[in-house]
Ligand binder design. Structure first.
Ligand code: FAD
Ligand code: NAD
Length: 471
């Protein structure tokens, strides 16, 4: 190994948490190195997560729309054919453009990019097994662990990423499966189910809970979303637990039973997507060499300033607490660097938006009705359907609604939940409103351009404390 060089900051992991921290530290004038083993920067999100999935969601939606939704718009098309290989290529072009962009930003901000697997040798030294062969080591006055997460496997099913797949296989299938069974009706399950159902698969989603979308999604919105996805052809088995799978023959058998025990069933599948959540990834990191431990769910334990019990070692992103979201990882990266360089930083965990990129999209920020009920908070609700919004009507895209929840006494916004066209962009306004402590009246008295979908947002706010105009 070569002589270890000391940096102000060494970051293990070049995902969103790691690369953003590297850039911000470089901008602050720190000597910084970022170690990434994948061979390309951007982590799960850019390589096998957010970006490739959104490419496929966008293009499969277009394909589906051309097949089923052009005649009533006065557009007649000839034979429409799916070229899956070219669709995958388009995805790869988006991914490589963005991951290379980060390499450029590293150069611009004087970040040293070390391609290899890092492991703690001691509290300041990281040994690196280089991707291109050989070893090196690097010393850091400070170290950030940003090693992210991996798909949780399903006991008894062997992931081969071809027939039994995680999201990584689901964004790279070479043909459209005839029957796809999705275990887990969370965000990954529903986004990937959308892609393959639009491209022609018969999709069944099996979900343990009584609602789709995971517990963060407002129950009313989840119900409406399930109806809309059902209309697109997706089948759902809620309150149903997958108990075992048999992948020993061509057709995979998935055994289910009612969540509360009882009724059993067996589903046949050509491909099974395991989407039951993700778990923090720390394998091979050598945590045992420095005495760092994880909690019962594998998360690195940190304090308010992202410090582990060894204060110069911090941890951010999916590998530690909080929602496993790219923009959450980014906020933490900025805050952790600020704690280091300035002594203070800030992330408002109460105002981190969630978006599910199905069609229509689902987006929310703040608390949902079931959480507020459980907490005994008195609230009022205002809603507005897209079917009464002029732009949604002109676009022939009227499914869904906006829902505001405000404090019953003060009108302060507590949560905003949207299912509808462009919900993912619209939630930015809701997040800003929540961050600034706005009331629903503040939003309703703000002028929104006509004709835009955002008027549905304004009118939902208005209906929280008064009556909406158009509904
Ligand atoms: P990661 O992105 O996982 O990055 C960690 C990196 O560390 C990896 O590249 C890994 O190779 C590297 N690493 C690990 N150990 C070592 C080591 N010892 N040495 C060197 N390198 C190491 N979030 C959203 O907000 N929006 C979305 O639309 C979205 N879509 C998603 C779709 C899918 C299919 C998946 C799987 C996830 C999606 N996510 C989305 C979640 C998002 O990808 C993660 O929250 C985000 O990537 C977390 O960033 P991170 O930097 O903490 O971890
Ligand atoms: P998730 O936790 O959101 O959903 C998993 C679902 O599987 C849950 O609803 C759970 O009840 C269900 N489940 C678990 N075991 C089951 C069983 N045996 N039978 C039936 N159902 C079962 O996890 P995910 O969808 O895998 O996503 C992982 C992470 O990635 C999430 O934190 C998510 O936020 C993130 N992600 C975000 C986006 C986005 O922001 N658009 C997209 C993809 C992934």
């Amino acid at each position: 190994a070569s002589e270890a060089e000391e940096k102000d900051l060494v970051i293990i992991g070049g995902g969103v948490a790691g690369y953003v921290a590297a850039i911000k530290a470089g901008q602050a004038g720190l000597k910084v190195a970022c170690i990434e083993k994948r061979g390309s920067l951007g982590g799960t999100c850019l390589n096998v997560g957010c970006i490739p999935s959104k490419s496929l969601l966008n293009n499969s939606h277009l394909y589906h729309q051309i097949l089923h939704d052009t005649k009533n718009r006065g557009i007649e098309v000839g034979e429409v054919k799916l070229n899956l290989e070219a669709m995958m290529k388009a995805k790869e072009t988006s991914v490589s453009g963005l991951t290379k962009g980060i390499e450029f930003l590293f150069k611009k901000n004087n970040v040293e990019y070390i391609k290899g697997t890092g492991a703690f040798q001691d509290e300041h030294t990281i040994a690196v097994n280089l991707v291109d062969g050989g070893e090196t080591s690097v010393k850091g006055k400070n170290i950030f662990i940003a090693t992210g997460s991996e798909a949780t496997p399903f006991p008894g099913l062997t992931i081969d990423e071809k027939k039994v797949i995680t999201s990584t296989g689901a964004i790279a299938l070479q043909e459209v499966p005839k029957k796809l069974v999705v275990i887990g009706g969370g965000i990954i399950g529903l986004e990937m189910a959308s892609v393959w159902s639009r491209l022609g698969s018969e999709v069944t989603v099996v979900e343990y809970l009584g609602q789709i979308g995971g517990p963060g999604m407002d129950a009313e919105i989840a119900k409406q979303t399930q109806k809309l996805l059902g209309k697109q052809g997706m089948k759902f088995k809620l309150n149903t637990k997958v108990v075992s799978g048999d992948d020993s023959s061509e057709t995979i058998k998935i055994s289910t039973e009612a969540a509360k025990g009882g009724k059993e069933d067996v589903l046949d599948a050509d491909v099974v997507l395991v989407a039951i959540g993700r778990r923090p990834y720390t394998a091979g990191l050598g945590l045992e060499n420095i005495g760092l431990e994880t909690d019962e769910r594998g998360r690195l334990i940190i304090d308010q300033e992202y410090r582990t019990k060894i204060p110069h070692i911090r941890s951010i992103g999916d590998v530690t607490f909080g929602p496993m979201l790219a923009h959450k990882a980014e906020e933490e990266a900025v805050a952790a660097v600020e704690y280091l360089t300035k002594g203070y930083g800030h992330v408002n965990y109460g105002a981190i938006p969630s978006v599910m990129y199905t069609h229509p999209e689902v987006a929310w920020v703040g608390q949902n009705e079931q959480e507020l009920k459980a907490a005994g908070v008195k609230y009022k609700v205002g809603t507005f359907p897209f079917s009464a919004n002029s732009r949604a009507k002109t676009n022939l895209d009227t499914e869904g609604m906006v829902k505001f929840i405000s404090d019953a006494n003060t009108d302060r916004i507590l949560g905003i939940h949207i299912v509808g066209p462009n919900a993912g962009e619209m939630i930015a306004e809701g997040t800003l409103a929540l961050e600034y402590g706005a009331s629903s009246e503040d939003v309703a008295r703000t002028s929104h351009a006509h004709p835009t979908l955002s008027e549905a947002f304004k009118e939902a706010a208005m209906s929280t404390y008064d009556k909406a105009i158009h509904y």
